[in-house]
Design a protein around this ligand. Structure first.
Ligand SMILES: Cc1cc2nc3c(=O)[nH]c(=O)nc-3n(C[C@H](O)[C@H](O)[C@H](O)COP(=O)(O)O)c2cc1C
Length: 353
């Protein structure tokens, strides 16, 4: 796999980012990306929200918006994969170009605007998937022109819950007008309440399907803590911290730094980790947190875990380092945990908070 990527990686990075991404998805669908070892790593196995993860390193939402390749991504060594964001109806998103590499900063800016093929097409694919390949979360959003956000989340939840191991309510993408306003407690309460009503009316195991809330790194700490408190009070199972930022730190060097959209990758690491740490500090182990933002190495993943993350996810670093990064992070994390004398990674959660 890494030999192939060493040849293909520079070619992909010479293409427009969205073309490169589409080709990557196609290559994955054709089975060209290979497989990592599936050796079990007892020290990395964690239980969160009633699910057992073979390792805590997941693929963040946005890479596989339409659930085309979750099995292939699990085969690369991820402990779990999140697909989406998915909306009720298919929508094309914002005009191109809308993904920009900031190579000097190991970052990305995107203003895709929830381009996706809609929930029905995703449901058909997810229904076909072999669940023994691993855990797949479904990230849900709303259509741009929908007049009723709550209705949209309900529709996607009802459609996709049967095929998901967990669901993430995404109210934090910066590229859908008004979406982030749903993070305010007065808007969030009716949304979460509705989803919990819907969930509790489902029959069987999925009436306990874990639901996570994904927050923006640009929230003031107090607002993030208020959202976390509400999530806990409503019976949510966890938080995902964080989505991309609309901030443009002074230290960015790339010429693309002023493009509109959400910034991800290395420059997001400190900001998202700090928010994670503060929320963990305020609410302890009441709600597990998935730590996302700027992870590009095993040490980065471990830093998030020590700051309070029970699980971590990444996306942008894959663009720069390719698929071999997944195994290198998982192997490196196993070593870091052992070097600190822990029998299991869960012992490290929050010890630096
Ligand atoms: C091109 C791109 C598209 C994304 N699309 C979504 C999305 O549809 N839904 C979502 O919740 N997050 C989306 N994200 C955000 C990622 O899931 C993640 O929260 C963010 O990129 C920070 O992680 P990273 O620094 O490892 O990339 C997207 C990120 C990128 C780079």
């Amino acid at each position: 796999m890494s030999v192939l990527y060493r040849l293909v990686g520079p070619v992909l990075r010479g293409l427009d980012p969205e073309t490169a991404h589409n080709l990557t998805l196609r290559a994955l669908e054709l089975g060209l990306a290979g497989k990592a070892s599936n050796r079990s790593r007892v020290s990395l196995q964690v239980s969160v929200a009633g699910l057992t993860f073979p390792n805590p390193v997941g693929l963040a939402a946005g890479f596989d918006k339409d659930a085309r390749v979750p099995g292939r991504m699990l085969a690369l060594g991820f402990g779990f994969v999140e697909v989406g964001s998915l909306t009720p109806k298919a929508q094309s998103g914002n005009p191109l170009p809308r993904i920009f590499r900031l190579a000097e900063d190991e970052a990305v800016i995107n203003r895709l605007g929830f381009n996706n093929g809609g929930m029905d097409a995703a449901a058909a694919r997810l229904e076909q998937r072999n669940r023994s390949y691993g855990l797949v979360g479904v990230n849900i959003g709303k259509n741009k022109t929908s007049p009723d956000a709550i209705e949209d989340y309900q529709l996607v939840f009802e459609k996709l819950a049967p095929f998901a191991d967990y669901v993430v309510v995404n109210v934090s993408s910066p590229n859908t007008p008004g979406l982030r306003d749903l993070q305010a407690v007065e808007s969030l309460r009716p949304l979460l309440t509705r989803l919990f009503e819907v969930r509790s009316n489902l029959s069987g195991e999925i009436s306990r399907l874990p639901i996570f809330l994904k927050l923006a790194p640009d929230l003031a700490i107090d607002d993030a803590i208020a959202a976390a408190d509400l999530a806990a009070a409503c019976g949510m199972d966890g938080l995902v911290i964080s989505n991309t930022t609309i901030d443009r730190p002074e230290f960015l060097r790339s010429s693309n730094k002023l493009e509109a959209g959400g910034l991800s990758g290395r420059p997001l690491f400190d900001k998202s980790t700090e928010l994670l740490r503060q929320v963990y500090r305020a609410q302890g182990s009441r709600l597990p947190i998935v730590g996302v933002g700027g992870i590009a190495s095993a040490q980065d993943a471990y830093t998030k875990i020590r700051a309070g993350a029970s699980l971590v996810q990444l996306y942008s670093a894959l663009i720069y380092q390719g698929p071999g990064l997944v195994s290198s992070i998982v192997d490196g994390l196993e070593k870091l945990v052992a070097d600190d004398g822990f029998a299991n990674v869960a012992e490290a959660i929050g010890i630096d908070a």
